[in-house]
Design a protein around this ligand. Structure first.
Ligand code: PXL
Length: 297
């Protein structure tokens, strides 16, 4: 059925996130979604938790895996593994940011996409146990990044802009993107942008071409935990497989929107994360169409 000659090289990503056993986010989201995109997902778990720390969850277990970050990267370096992308998300401390920089030095080559999702805050607040030191940490990391995907809170923190829950007009968003771009990335995508009540979406700019784009949808009430990670995982993986930026953005956005709708329909507790599993078959079909040889021609 399959001819090995016809199979293109399998793209490879290093995913650097915590592993929260329950409450889909970080690695429990990145692994299935990156794999479904047709990209190999090599994991550097930065911490092991029983659940994520958001919403009304309390009492989580936490094991810091900082001591493993650089040794894992060194082993991969010694194996001469080549990575098409390094994709990082939530980090448990500022120290982990420094260690991630060392890991990048070990495993990233000239052509490796560095995708940083500065996952540290939402709804105007830092996640539990994190503080302004994470903003400094991500400002440093972003200097190494080609692509960043902050939410609106993280974009405000990173640029010293007073947080606004809504009313994100064009001027406000353009200034955020300008200031984030000064930190160095080629591509900035801000999630959770809400220009008016009932609308939410993603505003992005490719600094190499100057081209901006914006994808908006009807907003559902409240917070959907893990939605930033679902979006960023699909976006990062689509780029790693070679999708054009705008196509990757729209496809990832469609995926997260469908997963949010499913979560709302099922009334899944928001802390449990998004019901993205049922969207995977359709997502895989979309990817196959996107990456079919005739689509690329
Ligand atoms: O990306 C969200 C996230 C990831 N990991 C952990 C978290 C959160 C958000 O609260 O607590 C451990």
């Amino acid at each position: 059925m399959y001819s090995t000659q016809a199979l293109p090289k399998l793209p490879r990503m290093a995913a650097v996130h915590d592993l929260s056993g329950m409450g889909k986010c970080s690695l429990t989201v990145a692994l299935p979604i990156v794999s479904a995109t047709g990209v190999e997902c090599c994991c550097i778990p930065t911490a092991l938790l029983s659940t994520h720390t958001g919403g009304c969850l309390t009492g989580w277990t936490f094991t810091d895996l900082s001591g493993d970050i650089v040794p894992i990267a060194r082993h991969w370096h010694d194996m001469a593994l080549k990575f098409d992308a390094v994709y990082s998300g939530y980090l448990a401390s500022e120290t982990q940011g420094r260690l991630l920089e060392q890991a990048i030095d070990l495993i990233a080559g000239e052509d490796t996409h560095i995708i940083v999702d500065p996952a540290m805050a939402d709804n105007g607040n830092y996640y539990a146990n994190l503080d302004v030191r994470m903003t400094e940490c991500f400002r440093r990391l972003i200097k190494r990044a080609d692509i960043i995907t902050p939410n609106i809170t993280e974009a405000c923190f990173l640029t010293d802009t007073p947080y606004r829950a809504g009313g994100h007009d064009e001027k406000f968003v353009t200034e955020l993107i300008d200031k984030l771009s000064e930190l160095g990335p080629d591509f900035v995508a801000i999630t959770g942008v809400s220009p008016e009540r009932g609308k939410v979406g993603i505003a992005a700019r490719d600094n190499r071409t100057g081209k901006s784009c914006c994808v908006m949808n009807d907003a559902l009430d409240g917070t959907f935990h893990g939605s930033g990670d679902v979006f960023a995982s699909a976006f990062a993986a689509l780029l790693t497989r070679g999708a054009p930026l705008e196509k990757a953005l729209c496809t990832a956005e469609q995926f997260v929107t469908a997963a949010i709708e499913r979560t709302a329909l099922r009334a899944t507790p928001r802390e449990y994360g998004l019901d993205f599993e049922g969207i995977l078959p359709e997502y895989i079909r979309l990817c196959e169409a996107l990456f079919a040889p005739e689509a690329e021609a």
